[in-house]
Design a protein around this ligand. Sequence first.
Ligand code: DUC
Ligand code: ZN
Ligand code: ZN
Length: 477
Amino acid sequence: MEQKNLIIRNARILSSDGDQIGDVGVSDGKITAIDDVPKTTVAEIDATGYVLTPGGVDVHAHIEQMSGMGLMNADTFETATRSAALGGTTSVVSFAPQSAAPRLSEAVEDYAKRARAGAMIDYAFHIILNDMTAKNLVEDLTALIAAGHRSIKIFTTYNIQLSDRDICEVLGIAKEAGALVCVHAENDGLIGWTKDHLLATGKTQPKHHALSHPRLAEIEAVERLIRFAEYFATPVMLFHISTHEAVDAVRGARARGVPVWAETCPHYLFMTEEVLDRPGIEGAKWMCSPPQRKPTDQDALWAGLSDGTLDLVSSDHAPYRFDETGKLSNGTDVDFSKIANGLPGLEVRMPLMFDAMMQGRMSPTEFVTWCCTNPARIHGLPGKGDIQIGFDADLVLWDPTSHNTYGANDLHDNVGYNPWLGKTITGKPETVFLRGQRIVKDGALTGKCGQGDWIARPTLGVSTIAAPAAEYVEATT
Ligand code: DUC
Ligand code: ZN
Ligand code: ZN
């Protein structure tokens, strides 16, 4: 195994609180010195002209997971995490769906086994709950949270939604046990009704998928979940915010002290609904839920990130090939409702954001905060997401002079197409370290399956600054 001790000299070091030229010393896989590091006998890398950032922390990626339509997605832990590593991401939180086994504890173990065998970067799981009547559920869930699996994912749509009553059960358990509840928040009734009307009137193309997920579906569910978080005073993470109204709702909630966090994704920041408007079935490649929106929404998402309303940027990597195993599993002559949702994003999230930073869209500190530090902090990944003494030496050396135009299939996942085809990116993650070990060298993979470790995440604790609603207190005491 490669040395975990090294010194990186003369890099431009970007952290959550700094942008400076200096050195970083690594011992036993941890960052032990920053700035002027005295010479020792350990290996040195001269990083003059390079930018050194923390490894990316992607807290929303679907790996070896079944879609709402019962379709296994295209990536294994091996293919997903090699692609993540090559894109400068060193930690991922993917999903362990309850549906993987009759008992929740078995479902999580099933995913743990898959990740142990395949992962090349460090990982953790959000536990997806879709059936609150399952045997031993509360017992298993409480034990899993105490053992370090401290986040739960629920849906309000996608055929695996929980009722409002069940969402309350989940929030109650999460508050008690110290878990973060993450939500795909879109109103199922509005989506279903609109979809049926579109299909009945012959509006069946991929571009109509955008209409089938009305913005009010997101707004309603986001506002509802905010009120639930407020009632219980327990933290909720709103996944993939896409509309300006939802940003406003989160901003208002935060101002009232409601414990909500929110993320957005590169495909909402850099794409609009126009990507779906292509001849024939081609637009299927860009179909995801919620769909890409309008330029005014993009402006609001950027403003939301800048003022801290939105906390972080995740990929929502959801890989389906553009063939009969994936997007076209129901054929090529089908309406949009028969096409799997999702885009590959693990490998491109960090480069897209790095490029936007180079164009001046965000500051270096914001890049690190949104892509590394906040994801790690909010999702409880200790020692991840920053360049600070004592943190894991998960580090990326970027060549800021590289300009690379994405080709049709130059990603390293198992998807076979690149939704960012033709986009030129400034900056390349040339060298990537995971706990001091080089997993990417000169842009080529050197990491191995099984090299990734599971990250145990401490429970949240019941402390939020918000007090629960008076009626909650009266009802529960
Ligand atoms: N939307 C999700 O919420 N998850 C996976 C894919 C998608 O498009
Ligand atoms: Zn979702
Ligand atoms: Zn998702």
